[in-house]
Design a protein around this ligand. Sequence first.
Ligand SMILES: *[C@@H]1O[C@H](CO)[C@@H](O)[C@H](O)[C@H]1NC(C)=O
Ligand SMILES: *[C@@H]1O[C@H](CO)[C@@H](O)[C@H](O)[C@H]1NC(C)=O
Ligand SMILES: *[C@@H]1O[C@H](CO)[C@@H](O)[C@H](O)[C@H]1NC(C)=O
Ligand SMILES: *[C@@H]1O[C@H](CO)[C@@H](O)[C@H](O)[C@H]1NC(C)=O
Ligand SMILES: *[C@@H]1O[C@H](CO)[C@@H](O)[C@H](O)[C@H]1NC(C)=O
Ligand SMILES: *[C@@H]1O[C@H](CO)[C@@H](O)[C@H](O)[C@H]1NC(C)=O
Ligand SMILES: *[C@@H]1O[C@H](CO)[C@@H](O)[C@H](O)[C@H]1NC(C)=O
Ligand SMILES: *[C@@H]1O[C@H](CO)[C@@H](O)[C@H](O)[C@H]1NC(C)=O
Ligand SMILES: *[C@@H]1O[C@H](CO)[C@@H](O)[C@H](O)[C@H]1NC(C)=O
Ligand SMILES: *[C@@H]1O[C@H](CO)[C@@H](O)[C@H](O)[C@H]1NC(C)=O
Ligand SMILES: *[C@@H]1O[C@H](CO)[C@@H](O)[C@H](O)[C@H]1NC(C)=O
Ligand SMILES: *[C@@H]1O[C@H](CO)[C@@H](O)[C@H](O)[C@H]1NC(C)=O
Length: 413
Amino acid sequence: MWCSNLTPLATVNRVLLLLVITMAECNTCGPGLITPGVTIPKGDIMIESGEPLEIFCVLNKSIDIAANRSARDLIFLRDSKVVPSEFLEIINETTVRLYVKQPPPSESMYYCKLQTPADELKPGQSRNTAVCLNKVFVGTKPQEVKNFTCISQNWQNLTCSWEKPENFVKTKYKLRYRFPGRAGGRMQYGCPSNTDETSNYCFWNDSTDPHYRLPYAYYYYNLTGENQFGNASFSHKFHHYGHVIPAPPTDLSISGTTHNSVLLNWSIPYAMHTFPPGLIQRVVYQAEYDTNDIWLPANTSNLKTHGENHSLNITGLKYAYMLYEVRISMKSSVATGEDKWSTPTNITFMTSAIVPGAPPKTDIGSFEVSGGLLRDVYIYWRYIPNEMKNGDKFEYKIISVEENGQKRYCSQL
Ligand SMILES: *[C@@H]1O[C@H](CO)[C@@H](O)[C@H](O)[C@H]1NC(C)=O
Ligand SMILES: *[C@@H]1O[C@H](CO)[C@@H](O)[C@H](O)[C@H]1NC(C)=O
Ligand SMILES: *[C@@H]1O[C@H](CO)[C@@H](O)[C@H](O)[C@H]1NC(C)=O
Ligand SMILES: *[C@@H]1O[C@H](CO)[C@@H](O)[C@H](O)[C@H]1NC(C)=O
Ligand SMILES: *[C@@H]1O[C@H](CO)[C@@H](O)[C@H](O)[C@H]1NC(C)=O
Ligand SMILES: *[C@@H]1O[C@H](CO)[C@@H](O)[C@H](O)[C@H]1NC(C)=O
Ligand SMILES: *[C@@H]1O[C@H](CO)[C@@H](O)[C@H](O)[C@H]1NC(C)=O
Ligand SMILES: *[C@@H]1O[C@H](CO)[C@@H](O)[C@H](O)[C@H]1NC(C)=O
Ligand SMILES: *[C@@H]1O[C@H](CO)[C@@H](O)[C@H](O)[C@H]1NC(C)=O
Ligand SMILES: *[C@@H]1O[C@H](CO)[C@@H](O)[C@H](O)[C@H]1NC(C)=O
Ligand SMILES: *[C@@H]1O[C@H](CO)[C@@H](O)[C@H](O)[C@H]1NC(C)=O
Ligand SMILES: *[C@@H]1O[C@H](CO)[C@@H](O)[C@H](O)[C@H]1NC(C)=O
């Protein structure tokens, strides 16, 4: 009698066996193996969660070591733990049955072993002798994947990815999609053919087959899961245009500054020029003086969603002669979230100089010290804040001194 469905077995009686034979007699644990019995069924056991696990372990009394033994001497180990006797039942003189009503989802090794009483051990013989083993997988029908997302980079390539839910039986997922309307209706497309079947993503661009289809606002995805317990399919309507993240703005330049304004010009990346829903621009700026990390938004309400080049005059800048940084980013006008902004393009500029923002504050506490021909006059003033200096070569200067309506010469230090 011959049986199939054998899988290679290892570590029986501490002997590692590499087996290449795929067919063997049923009454051995594995092809070419001589052990004091067998388990039924043989090899890997796959169980759908909720179903019972049943393994018989049958002694072969014609093997020396089993000659004086019975089913009572058989034990089961799950991985390295002895299975409690409540799960075992002695069927007859040579057979014990392991029965677990609802094993939890898991992957484990079950070993059937024959125990030799201590007083019958020969020198060097170990107490337990392996009879046979099974790898047991407890899994479920394909479940829906987690975190299914698709992101398009700059409307040039699209990556869909997902996370497989835990399942102890091997499950394959396949992504297919179709387009709305009569044109795309019946035709289904898949991942590029070079995608590894076990991977959990698909990537399309202009050089993949099938290639990335740009002009569809929506895709209909169908993800099918397949394993030995069944097939399941899950559908997603995917808002394509809402998941396009543009590349950063290009050609950002300063074309003119005043003490309180700056004119910026920039372009959108070439690939996005014909993006149907258009783009929203975000411009924020910060003065070097404002050390707290607050970025002020510029008024962009005049910028169009469709347009290749943009120009914006930011007005009302608070500080003259000050270093400013501007960051410009953009997103699809139908973007599905704040995480769909492009990375910013940044630029720095200086506002131009004007007269200081305030005169220095003086104090009436000035006084003079007389002494002969020369008199010293002490004047006190408060420094004006740095951000009001408004220019480069800022200094304090005493312009004139009058005494009783008459200008006086004085030398300054
Ligand atoms: C017992 O083992 C012997 C030797 O390997 C084998 O020839 C025989 O078929 C086995 N008997 C049963 C019932 O499995
Ligand atoms: C089985 O037991 C008998 C009687 O006790 C003994 O003669 C025999 O050697 C034993 N066989 C083995 C294989 O231990
Ligand atoms: C013991 O039970 C098993 C399983 O039902 C059967 O295959 C085997 O032939 C039985 N052995 C004896 C000695 O009755
Ligand atoms: C799904 O994504 C969220 C956020 O990125 C993450 O926290 C979560 O762990 C992910 N879920 C799984 C099953 O990986
Ligand atoms: C996808 O396109 C973006 C924008 O052109 C590019 O930066 C990125 O490298 C591309 N990704 C891959 C994997 O080719
Ligand atoms: C598509 O992506 C692959 C892998 O990143 C890249 O080698 C290839 O140049 C891309 N094709 C186009 C047209 O961008
Ligand atoms: C998804 O694909 C499977 C297999 O191709 C099919 O049986 C199922 O009807 C499809 N589901 C949808 C919603 O298109
Ligand atoms: C699952 O689908 C595959 C091919 O799509 C088919 O060969 C297999 O019979 C199906 N399995 C079940 C349990 O429906
Ligand atoms: C910036 O845009 C303005 C208004 O569209 C235009 O007049 C100016 O020439 C542009 N400057 C540069 C450097 O492109
Ligand atoms: C932005 O500019 C528009 C048009 O110039 C104006 O109507 C609007 O009030 C401004 N918004 C703010 C918040 O200043
Ligand atoms: C920008 O606006 C400011 C304030 O309204 C104005 O003084 C300046 O001339 C404008 N710059 C340009 C280039 O239009
Ligand atoms: C602009 O600033 C952001 C935020 O600090 C930074 O992540 C990004 O790399 C900068 N971009 C460039 C082109 O330097």
